[in-house]
Write a protein of this length. Structure first.
Length: 257
């Protein structure tokens, strides 16, 4: 029997497709440009190093994770000279004088970085199966993204899942936005599936949606361990998240606020 009284809002990056892998390769390219010897070490160690500097910048820059990649190139250059992630982040965000890489190198490296990020990601495990299961039960799946909607539509089409998605909406993910989405789809119960506790789960639950976490590999240092389990349900893969939704599990009123 169709479970048509539900609508799913799905995050896109690292929920439906593996954007993290694109960022990992691109970030290692930045490190290669300023500190080739470090990249020659274990990939995991090198990536951890890059992301330590990345997150240090994101913590203090007003654009958060959307800061210009040139700042990371400069910070990694300062790191190669012995500055900690915190020292380098302060230097590159507070003064142009604190930026340590030659401008020509920065331009070339950033261009390469952006080219790598423009590539098409791979579909994550269980996504096609989850979308097909939702379609079979007449449950519409919409993408709600903070990225460019047209870019996400193109990716969905490239990955062969566009026909399984009802549409794509682009908006900042706030409590107020999720409340607007609830009104939009009323009287259907709104389920939100995402990979980040702070961007997907917390504001959705605050708005009264039912939130399902499919945790991604990217785990920002500012998110506490407790937040990774603070969803109405935690699933290993997208298809398992959808299966939980389709099971019609009733969430206690206290949890849905």
């Amino acid at each position: 029997m169709p479970f048509s009284n539900a609508v799913i809002l799905a995050d896109a990056d690292n929920t439906l497709w593996d954007t993290d892998a694109l960022f990992a390769d691109a970030q290692l390219t930045l490190l290669q440009a300023v500190n080739p010897s470090f990249v020659a070490s274990a990939r995991d160690k090198a990536l951890e190093h890059v992301r330590r500097y990345d997150q240090a910048i994101a913590r203090i820059d007003h654009r958060h994770l959307r800061y210009p990649p040139s700042l990371l190139v400069h910070a990694l250059s300062l790191g190669a000279e012995g500055q900690s992630a915190e020292q380098a982040a302060l230097a590159v965000t507070q003064s142009a004088a604190g930026r340590g890489a030659p401008e020509g190198l920065v331009e070339e490296t950033v261009a390469r970085y952006l080219e790598m990020l423009s590539r098409q990601p791979d579909l994550l495990p269980g996504v096609r199966e989850g979308l097909a299961a939702a379609r079979a039960q007449s449950v519409d799946v919409w993408i709600l993204t903070e990225g460019a909607a047209e870019k996400q539509r193109e990716r969905a089409k490239f990955l062969g899942i566009a026909t399984l998605i009802k549409g794509v909406s682009e908006a900042a993910k706030t409590r107020e936005q999720f409340k607007r989405q609830q009104r939009r789809f009323a009287p259907a119960q709104l389920y939100v599936i995402g990979d980040q506790p702070d961007r997907d789960i917390a504001p959705a639950r605050e708005a009264g949606c039912i939130a399902v976490l499919v945790a991604g590999r990217f785990r920002p240092g500012w998110i506490s361990e407790a937040e990774w389990s603070a969803a109405d349900h935690v699933a290993e893969t997208f298809d398992r998240a959808v299966a939980w939704v389709l099971a019609g599990t009733e969430i206690p009123q206290a949890m849905t606020r």
